[in-house]
Design a protein around this ligand. Structure first.
Ligand SMILES: [Zn+2]
Length: 511
């Protein structure tokens, strides 16, 4: 088979673009729909944990999170992104797909790569957005922009600061206005991208759009009839679909501009309804004797979970969730207190507890998580026995209908055998049955309902999008992963990706 090597490649990254929404609304999304029929692949698997930062870094580097070591999870209790500031990305500099392309002499244009800020020197152009947005009001933020080379700034009239969309809950009254602002932002970012793509020289062009993720987090329950808090047809009903249509149009614009170039459309994960049913894992550990509440912790835990329930029930009824969030964002001290209450951390006696939930994926009601074993109490000899014991106990966890609750549970080294494993994963990791999520209460019922569903009804789905256009090559297998993106892009450019030690592989087979 004759193949065209060194094709020019356009890659469009859309955060949280979900394959099943595309399938469901194919009629409204003509470009994506056509891409599905043309592309040899469609659905790809995200990494663990299924979250934006680890997933995009896996896309950039072709490495599992265990090998790139960059895990940060957005957290309502970290409104100032202080943990994000601690994240070290120096070791991935020079190791992204565009650096490798550059090293082989390919010119690259990279627009808005998440986290990769400030821009570093490449043969080509980078427009980079700071990940540390400053909140301006309850719908918008201000974002510093760094451009390499600097001359591009003037040529394309790229401002020093962009308007961003606030990631927190803007309040139900402002949701519509908030979502409208998101569309304006995307439109503006696209226009700059289109101009660069049209006028500048490149072999590889990559543009990333972040906002669909937070829009789906906030608006999911208005969109999905199957969500338990779907309120019926409202003016917010079709906003998510409007975003998908907008992206369908953006992809079409790039195709029309360069109909013969290879095009890739990728996402880091999909989106779905966040599970409303929770199971209190720390409470389960307590009942099994692995976790001990503080002296009066049992009482405090009981009171706290009651208070949480009353406050949040009340907030849900009165639609004042955003006031609670606003209070937390404004007041550092309150942030700490609410985090401790939410996670029940203050009630756990760490000096007496052998194991407890890890917050490595944030304090969200997600269906996956991990358990930390307290090394101060557990000797090296006991460690494996205790770890096996906890895993066995977890496997016995049942739903109220007596179905198994654990989808899988692993020791961290059974997930990826990589160098940052110990740094980023707790001792045990697990995933619950799809419609259940982790609850953080102790000294309470085992099963409860998620408090935060009304402010964040959408959650990440493991299935992501990987679409390819204009490539006449056989694929290796339909089973693809987001770590395959970097080697695939390099393969399309004719670079020998095999020598670069990726965890992923090119999706194309040998010719
Ligand atoms: Zn994401």
């Amino acid at each position: 088979m004759v193949t065209k090597m060194e094709d020019k490649v356009i890659a469009i990254g859309i955060d949280s673009l979900d394959p099943y929404i595309i399938l469901k609304y194919r009629k409204d999304l003509p470009t994506l729909s056509k891409l599905i029929t043309e592309s040899p692949t469609f659905i790809s698997k995200s990494v663990f944990p299924v979250d934006t930062i680890p997933a995009w870094v896996s896309i950039y580097t072709g490495l599992h999170p265990g090998n790139h070591g960059v895990v940060y999870v957005y957290d309502v209790f970290d409104p100032n992104l202080s943990n994000l500031r601690k994240l070290d990305i120096n070791h991935i500099k020079g190791r992204t797909f565009y650096d490798y392309a550059n090293q082989e002499g390919f010119k690259t244009i990279i627009a808005y790569p998440i986290l990769l800020y400030p821009a570093w020197e490449i043969d080509g152009i980078i427009v980079s957005k700071s990940p540390f947005e400053r909140r301006v009001d309850w719908i918008r933020t201000e974002i510093d922009i760094d451009v390499y080379p600097n001359t591009i700034k003037q040529k394309y009239k790229i401002a020093d600061k962009f308007v961003g969309l606030w990631g927190g809950f803007p309040g139900i009254k402002y949701l519509k206005k908030w979502a409208e602002l998101g569309k304006e932002i995307i439109e503006k970012e696209k226009s700059i991208g289109i101009e660069l793509c049209k006028n500048e020289k490149w072999d590889l062009f990559f543009i990333y759009f972040s906002l669909l993720d937070i829009v789906q987090h906030r608006l999911w329950r208005f969109f999905d009839e199957d969500d338990p808090t779907y309120p019926g047809q409202t003016s917010l009903r079709w906003i998510i679909l409007d975003y998908y249509k907008m992206f369908d149009g953006i992809i079409e614009e790039f195709i029309k501009m360069h109909p013969d170039k290879t095009l890739i459309v990728i996402s880091d994960h999909g989106h779905r309804s966040r599970p409303i049913k929770t199971v209190n894992i720390n409470e389960y550990l307590r009942r099994r004797g692995f976790l001990t509440p503080k002296g009066n912790g049992y009482l405090i835990g009981k009171i706290q979970s009651k208070i949480k329930k009353i406050i949040l029930d009340c907030a849900n009824k009165l639609d004042i969730e955003h006031w609670l969030i606003k209070l937390i964002v404004r007041n550092q001290k309150l942030t700490k207190i609410s985090k401790s209450i939410y996670s029940s951390a203050g009630v756990i006696d760490r000096d007496k507890s052998i194991a407890y939930l890890s917050n490595f994926v944030g304090l969200k009601s997600y269906s996956y998580g991990g358990i930390e074993i307290n090394k101060d109490l557990v000797s090296n000899i006991e460690y494996e026995k205790i770890r096996d014991g906890i895993i066995k106990s977890l496997l016995k966890l049942k739903t109220p209908d007596n179905e198994s609750l654990i989808k899988w549970v692993k020791k961290r080294e059974e997930l990826y055998l990589d160098k940052f494993n110990e740094k980023i994963y707790p001792d045990i990791i697990f995933e619950l049955k799809e419609d259940y999520s982790i609850g953080w209460n102790i000294c309470c019922n085992l099963y409860e309902k998620a408090y935060d569903h009304k402010v964040a009804s959408g959650g990440h789905r493991k299935d992501a999008v990987f679409l390819v256009r204009n490539v006449n090559r056989r694929i290796r297998s339909k089973e693809v992963s987001i770590v395959d993106v970097a080697p695939t892009i390099l393969d399309l450019l004719g670079v020998d990706w095999r020598r670069l030690n990726f965890d992923g592989k090119s999706i194309f087979g040998a010719n």
